[in-house]
Design a protein around this ligand. Structure first.
Ligand SMILES: [Zn+2]
Length: 287
């Protein structure tokens, strides 16, 4: 099985995760910029993080045989903090960089006016930079949040096929399908969407315009949920080719719209003596 995880926060994960993901068939991923779990207090905190996504984390993933891309944005939650407003001014510089394949995560968290303003502004940036957009939907009041999200997307004038609306469930998938946007599903352990519910949704809506991700981060999550979904699809009678469409072809098609995917195979899945700005993942071990 060949897997492209279109939404996973590797900065929060370990090298064990990278090794297990590679063994499971993960060869490429997209890491969206998001919040740290506690507030950032200045724009410098964002730029160091963005630089890490396109620098060290891309290097670290490559050491384990995985192609790393990212999306860059002011996340919905921190759009409410006036100390972070300046981030919007540095975004164009990052959106122009190699391996930055979309604007994201943007959207609503608590559905405030500040969130809406930052969301609309960043949709405009995506149009200007000819990039796709990854849109987060709120975990609370999801149906109302998804409706408003789609209104803002429509008003922006961006082509719906350039937008993935993420964290969907049975209640919200239909709205997004009708809007012509891509449908994103985050598969979590225990709560929210799981791989079996995902298969039921695929049976109803088909495999086109669907992205399945683990959304693994610093919270309770599982970076192998993409693999588990592929296994659940096979158990439900889908073919290997159907699984490849959902877990590889679709993310390549969606993020490929950026023209910036880097999918040539890596030479090795084992860290050697390579360094990034003088640092390796070997912690001083000699090879
Ligand atoms: Zn996320």
């Amino acid at each position: 099985m060949r897997i492209f995880d279109p939404h996973i926060h590797m900065t929060s994960r370990t090298t064990d995760d990278y090794e297990q993901m590679y063994a499971a068939g993960v060869r490429a991923l997209v890491e969206p910029a998001f919040w740290l779990g506690q507030p950032r207090t200045s724009v410098g905190s964002f730029t160091d993080y963005f630089d890490g996504l396109i620098g060290w984390e891309r290097f670290r993933a490559a050491q384990f045989g995985i192609r790393h891309h990212c999306t860059i944005a002011l996340n919905p939650k921190e759009a409410n903090d006036p100390r972070c407003a300046e981030v919007l001014e540095v975004l164009p510089r990052y959106l122009a960089k190699d391996g930055v394949v979309a604007v994201g995560e943007v959207g609503y968290d608590s559905m405030t006016e500040a969130e809406e303003k930052a969301f609309a502004q960043q949709l405009t940036l995506a149009i200007e930079h000819e990039l796709p957009v990854l849109v987060h939907t709120p975990h609370r009041d999801k149906l109302a949040g998804t409706k408003r999200t789609l209104d803002v997307v429509r008003e922006s004038g961006i082509a719906p096929e350039l937008v993935v609306v993420d964290h969907l469930n049975e209640l919200t998938v239909g709205l997004v399908a009708d809007a012509g946007c891509w449908m994103g599903f985050s598969i979590y352990p225990d709560t929210k969407m799981d791989e079996h519910r995902m298969v039921t949704i695929l049976k109803e809506h088909g495999t086109q315009r669907v992205l399945v991700n683990s959304a693994a981060d610093w919270g309770r999550s599982d970076p192998l949920k993409t693999l588990r979904t592929g296994e659940a699809m096979l158990a439900a009678g889908y073919t290997e080719s159907d699984v490849d469409t959902v877990l590889w072809g679709n993310p390549v098609e969606f993020y490929g719209q950026s023209g910036k995917l880097m999918l040539d195979p890596l030479e090795s899945a084992q860290p050697g003596g390579e360094t990034f700005e003088g640092n390796s993942v070997l912690r001083g071990a000699r090879t």
